[in-house]
Ligand binder design. Structure first.
Ligand SMILES: [Zn+2]
Length: 660
């Protein structure tokens, strides 16, 4: 049995074809609508009962090319018509058509009543029917039923109906009460509503077997392409669970397979990026709400199919609604742009069978001062065993420039990176591995993929499936385990290439990646995809905001994965390096009145900071003295505290004291 075809269109160049079967599939997804039994329908069942054998000539009628067409849409008061063709074919032997009559029941809410009497229906013969051979008449069989009769004129040659579908007439019914949520219905499901007469050797007889293949029903808005009339906000951030609200019409509901499409970051991968299913928080015919993701998928694919190669990253640009009904897409056009100011990495987490969600990624930390350690490999530090690597133009070492870069991040964002003098060392096989929680390693390698024209890469490695509750976020985050930055040596192997600007700019950008900041589509951002040339990169306001977002999300986590609170570390104008032997230089204890620092080496003390065991900064002193003994006030409470001293070289000495 042929499926009737329905054309959905609003403009001539935007035609969507649906069979009624597909429409029914769609309708069955509308849980608020009563489900209708499709096949065999009531009429067909009766035919089967009446015609148990196939000896009787049989004809099948179908509705095809059903369209809802908007007329004069530019005049502000649009009107709509529903157009369709009535087609016929012989299911067995060909026959000469004498008469065809179809009576259809329709939705009066949408089309009004007595459409023939009210002159709201026009019918016309199609080109396949010789116009002077047949007459066509529409009549009201009931207030909610319209009949159309095709009658051969006396003496004319009958049209031969074969097994191929023949279009016999085209009908257009004016819509009286347009409403996007109204259900359009055209039904032929009663006995004797379809009749056909054949003519053979001048003898006219009824065809007892007439099949009306399927009825047509659909929500009227499904017939129109989605239109976006507004988005809010127009500027947002990705991967931060920011909610974007899209308003408009004809989005279809429920969502089903429909998607929001973001423009892909700087044209990488496919053209569009679709959020994971769990990122949609609301989808109605007129409003969609979606969490703007940084982890998205290729449109039309399953959440489970996203991986590191199919991952799509949304960027600034056009956003559209792609309505999918029964696998057929209808995308909105003339769409607004959304700006993504910054993008924070998130990831996909398996929730339960078939369900994946975008995960926030946040920092944990190792040190009691809330610090993250930075280590250098010997390859990064040294060109040969006793020669430090330097840039060619200003003769600074890589370590000096890296220290400057880390200091800039620390000063502008409070991100508490400290340089750990312990080298980043390979395992027995020569591989550099994540060593310890929150250690960011800097390494010097040959570009593993010469086809990629990167000069460095920065990678964040996170713990999978770590269960830690986060306040204000209803989805468990992934935590930073460690990060690595690889400097591709072959990009710096000539004097012309080995410049401070190039090295500094790239490293500033890569440090962003190591704490989950993603690229954005912008020519002026630190986190732009391609590197700056001819100017010194800075931490832009959006890069800073991204870092602060990650730090705040981390601060709000009180789970077992976090060693206490993150401490927003003020800028000390130079990066601190952890002293390997703090007790060689200082002894610290607390008595009934003071915290006493014994300064064995008469170092110039710069700052002293005191933290509680959760990492919260309790007190901070600018000391600036090199006395043998330094007295600081006792802390109000009893318990264990961390005292952290920096000297004039910004070496950091940390001690635990127990104040009784
Ligand atoms: Zn990058």
């Amino acid at each position: 049995m042929l499926n009737p075809t329905v054309h959905l269109k609003q403009e001539d160049n935007q035609v969507l074809k649906l069979t009624t079967h597909e429409l029914y599939q769609r309708i069955e997804q509308h849980t608020q609508m009563p489900k209708q039994k499709l096949s065999p329908n009531k009429f067909e069942q009766q035919l089967i009962l009446k015609n148990p054998t196939s000896e009787t000539l049989c004809a099948e009628y179908i509705i095809e090319n059903l369209e809802v067409v908007e007329l004069n849409p530019l005049l502000g008061n649009p009107s709509y018509i529903i157009e369709f063709d009535i087609n016929i074919r012989a299911l067995e032997e060909s026959f000469g058509l004498d008469k065809a009559e179809v009576i259809m029941e329709y939705s009066t809410d949408l089309l009004g009543t007595s459409v023939a009497l009210n002159d709201n229906i026009q019918v016309e013969l199609t080109s396949e029917v010789v116009s002077n051979s047949y007459q066509l008449v529409a009549f009201d069989a009931a207030p909610n039923k319209v009949g159309v009769t095709l009658q051969r004129t006396s003496g004319s040659i009958p049209l031969i109906i074969s097994n191929n579908t023949t279009e016999i007439y085209h009908a257009a019914i004016q819509v009286q009460n347009y409403s996007p949520n109204e259900i359009l219905q055209l039904t032929v499901d009663e006995n004797f509503d379809v009749s056909t007469c054949q003519i053979s050797d001048g003898v006219i007889s009824n065809l007892l077997c007439n099949i009306y293949s399927e009825d047509v029903t659909g929500v009227i808005s499904d017939f129109f392409m989605p239109v976006i009339t507004g988005i809010s906000p127009t500027s947002t951030t990705a991967g931060t669970r920011s909610l974007l609200t899209i308003t408009g019409n004809n989005f279809g509901s429920p969502r089903g397979d429909s998607e929001i499409h973001f423009t892909v970051l700087d044209g990488f991968g496919s053209q569009w990026a679709a959020p994971l299913s769990d990122d949609y928080t609301n989808w109605s015919d007129t409003e969609i709400q979606v969490l703007v993701p940084s982890y998205a998928k290729i449109p039309g694919t399953f959440d489970s199919e996203v991986n590191s190669t199919t991952l799509q990253k949304p960027g600034t640009g056009e956003i559209r609604v792609n309505k999918v009904i029964a696998g057929i897409s209808q995308a909105s056009i003339n769409n607004p742009n959304v700006e993504i100011q910054y993008s924070v990495g998130n990831d996909k987490r398996f929730i339960s069978s078939g369900l994946f969600a975008g995960q926030p990624q946040i920092l944990t930390r190792q040190g009691n001062n809330g610090e993250y350690f930075v280590r250098f490999s010997d390859e990064f530090r040294f060109e040969s065993p006793s020669v430090e690597r330097r840039v060619s133009d200003v003769n600074e070492t890589y370590v000096e420039i890296a220290t400057e870069v880390i200091n800039e991040w620390q000063c502008l964002t409070g991100l508490n990176f400290v340089i750990d003098p312990a080298p980043w060392t390979p395992d027995g096989s020569g591989n550099y591995l994540c060593l310890g929680q929150n250690v960011i390693g800097l390494h010097f390698v040959v570009n593993p993929d010469p086809n990629i024209t990167a000069i460095m890469n920065g990678l964040a490695r996170f713990y999978d499936n770590t269960s830690c509750p986060v306040i204000g976020i209803d989805i468990e985050p992934d935590f930073l385990r460690c990060g690595e930055i690889n400097v591709f040596g072959d990009e710096f192997d000539s004097d012309a290439e080995n410049t401070k600007e190039k090295f500094y700019n790239a490293l500033l950008h890569e440090i962003g990646h190591t704490h989950f900041i993603n690229h954005v589509s912008s020519a002026t951002e630190l986190m732009r995809v391609s590197l700056f040339q001819g100017q010194t990169a800075t931490i832009t306001e959006n890069a800073r905001a991204a870092s602060l977002y990650i730090q705040a999300a981390s601060l709000n986590n009180f789970g077992e994965c976090q060693n206490g609170l993150y401490v927003s570390n003020p800028c000390y104008n130079a990066v601190e390096t952890v002293s390997q032997n703090p007790s060689h230089f200082f002894d610290i204890y607390s008595n009934s009145e003071n915290i006493v620092i014994q300064n064995h080496d008469l170092k110039l003390l710069n700052h002293v900071r005191i933290f509680d065991v959760t990492g919260r900064l309790i007190n901070e002193y600018s000391v600036n003295q090199s006395n043998n003994t330094v007295f600081l006030p006792r802390i109000k409470n009893k318990g264990i505290f961390i005292v952290s001293i920096t000297d004039s070289d910004n070496l950091l000495y940390s001690f635990k004291i127990n104040q009784l």
